[in-house]
Design a protein around this ligand. Structure first.
Ligand code: GRF
Length: 220
């Protein structure tokens, strides 16, 4: 039997694109079930665009400022780029625009996002500073399926670490980011292998004998 065709993935970014790079590197492996077919930025100056081009990945820019308040027109332009590349799965990686229900409905359970906190705690911005201010002892990152509500949606993968007594926002950001780079490729693998079953607002994972890739408890 020939192997299943690799799923075609678009990564949407707004900035430096370190998670994007982790996904591109994972997809280089011959047995990875997805290929990165497009990197799209809403900001023409996103550093990640140059990184993607250097890795030989096609890029596109859809500048949201050109669409004023018309979010659907912005999303129609993104959709056109995705369809032109026959994209199956969308990965948000530091993409700083909220997507409307109109867009999300076109990729049902086919859009992933990575969030730098252990959802459902610390939705929104400045997660590391808020975690420190709250005095939590465990913090981390989450990959989830995107739904219209921000930073909600069925959880696919999580990574946790112990917050150190001398922790700063910068040290926490650096340590969590390293974990993000581990769980995002693992989460995309699950989706690309059709192993995510979304039911009652949660993800059930098929054939999950080994969950070490997508549930990470860091010992560092
Ligand atoms: C990451 O912390 C991610 O969790 C959040 O935005 C940041 C993006 O960083 N959604 P990068 O562009 O992937 O380096």
């Amino acid at each position: 039997m020939s192997p299943a065709p690799r799923k075609r993935v678009a990564i949407l970014i707004s900035g430096r694109g370190s998670n994007m790079t982790a996904l591109i590197e994972a997809a280089r492996a011959a047995d990875y079930p997805a290929e990165i077919a497009l990197v799209l930025s809403n900001r023409p100056d996103a550093a990640g665009l140059a990184r993607a081009r250097a890795a030989g990945i096609p890029t596109a820019t859809v500048d949201h400022t050109a669409f004023g308040k018309d979010r659907e027109a912005f999303e129609r332009a993104i959709g056109a780029e995705l369809r032109a590349r026959r994209i199956d799965i969308v990965c948000l990686a530091g993409f700083l625009r909220l997507l409307t229900p109109y867009f999300i409905a076109q990729w049902p359970n086919r859009i992933l996002n990575i969030h730098p906190a252990l959802l459902p705690a610390f939705k929104g911005l400045d997660t590391h500073a808020r975690a420190l201010a709250a005095g939590v002892k465990i913090h981390g990152a989450t990959v989830h399926v995107v739904v219209p509500e921000m930073d909600a949606g069925p959880i696919v993968a999580q990574a946790a670490l112990a917050v150190r007594e001398d922790e700063t926002e910068a040290s926490l950001a650096e340590r969590v980011l390293a974990l993000e780079h581990r769980i995002y490729p693992a989460a995309l693998r699950l989706l690309a292998e059709d192993r995510l079953i979304v039911t009652d607002g949660r993800c059930v994972i098929a054939d999950a004998a080994n969950s070490d890739d997508f549930i990470v408890i860091s010992d560092r």
